[in-house]
Ligand binder design. Structure first.
Ligand SMILES: [Zn+2]
Ligand SMILES: [Zn+2]
Length: 336
């Protein structure tokens, strides 16, 4: 089968790989589209802590059931449009038993810690496979995995009805977090961003765009006196300093992005104002389940975050678009 294999820093090659076979309880999926994630770029450039070459990368995908392994129940049929949760964990430790499988010592993501979805075929355990409604545009299924990251963030931040929310960063994860917050009932949703095209997108989706090049904290505070919950989806040192002053007393700070360097935190104000700080890592199965339900409703617009589509043969160009193009959001690779 055709696949995109990471061979080492700056080396991505489209090549033939053995087609996987579904074992007992497993499902063979013919992949249609796979999205490029920021973590895929980190792997490509050789900065990922865990990924080891050679590796088929990719973990955000949609496709159709091609074959059922022995013992798969009739919930799934050949031809069903599906996506799959690409994570795995030990299933038996204290974290796994407490619905915190993202904190398991053995947690991993396919495409990082095992063969991924930039390939014609992907094998998954049946319990990780989600059937999608036939009316859903196929490409949007590839955005459910990053939506699950946003759903996890708003669940961790416990966004409540009518609460004001600010999201720093309007890349795919920022926009999907903002959409998940609104779907959970948030009041005003402010989106802070420096890139003009991303600000425009935030505005088009009905969020309040805040230009990060002008004093964004003053702008948000003048309208709210401080929001209830702030999400960092930028992961930049320059904007990390906005987190504390953006929230009102008693507010919550949620770190969705992975910072490459540890930003300084104003623990003094956090104490005086009784702020809560909350980290996020991947998601748990319940978040993924909610993301599939949300994607099947009209409460989110997944197409809005897809900016480009390139064929598998041009995958390297897709990675460069994702990294460098001014107008890039989520770049999808069309696999088949
Ligand atoms: Zn991802
Ligand atoms: Zn475990």
């Amino acid at each position: 089968m055709r696949s995109l294999v990471w061979q080492g820093p700056n080396q991505l090659v489209v090549q033939d790989s053995p087609k996987p076979e579904p074992g007992p309880g497993e499902v063979l999926i013919k992949v249609a589209y796979t999205g490029i994630c920021g973590s895929d770029i980190t792997i490509y450039r050789g900065f990922h802590q865990r990924a080891k070459p050679p590796l088929i990368i990719g973990h955000e995908f949609v496709g159709h059931v091609a074959e059922l392994g022995p013992g798969v129940d009739d919930r799934l049929q050949v031809g069903d449009m599906v996506t799959a949760e690409p994570t795995f964990s030990c299933g038996t430790c204290k974290y796994c038993r407490s619905n915190l499988s993202n904190l398991c010592a053995g947690v991993g993501v396919r495409g990082v810690d095992g063969p991924g979805a930039f390939a014609e075929y992907f094998v998954s355990k049946q319990e990780k496979v989600y059937k999608l409604p036939p009316a859903m545009p196929l490409r949007e299924g590839a955005v459910i995995e990053p939506l699950a990251v946003g759903v996890h963030a708003v669940n961790k931040g416990q966004v409540a009805i009518d609460e004001d929310v600010a999201v720093i960063g309007a890349g795919p994860i920022g926009i999907l977090t903002a959409q998940a917050a609104r779907a959970r009932g948030a009041g005003r949703v402010f989106v802070i961003e420096v890139k003009p095209n991303r600000l425009k997108l935030a505005e088009k989706l009905g969020f309040i765009p805040i230009d990060g090049r002008e004093d964004p904290v003053a702008a948000v505070r003048s309208m709210t006196g401080g929001v209830d919950v702030v999400f960092d989806a930028a992961g930049a040192l320059a904007s990390a300093g906005y987190l504390v002053p953006l929230v009102k007393k008693g507010g919550r700070l949620v770190v969705v992005s992975i910072f490459k360097e540890a930003p300084p935190m104003d623990l003094r104000t956090m104490a005086y104002s009784e702020l809560s700080l909350c980290g996020c890592f991947i998601y748990v199965p319940q978040d993924f389940h909610q993301a599939v339900e949300l994607a099947s409703s009209d409460k989110v617009d997944l197409a809005s975050v897809i900016s480009h589509e390139v064929p598998l043969a041009d995958a390297v160009r897709g990675f460069e678009l994702m990294e460098k193009a001014d107008d890039s959001m989520k770049v999808l690779i069309k696999i088949s």
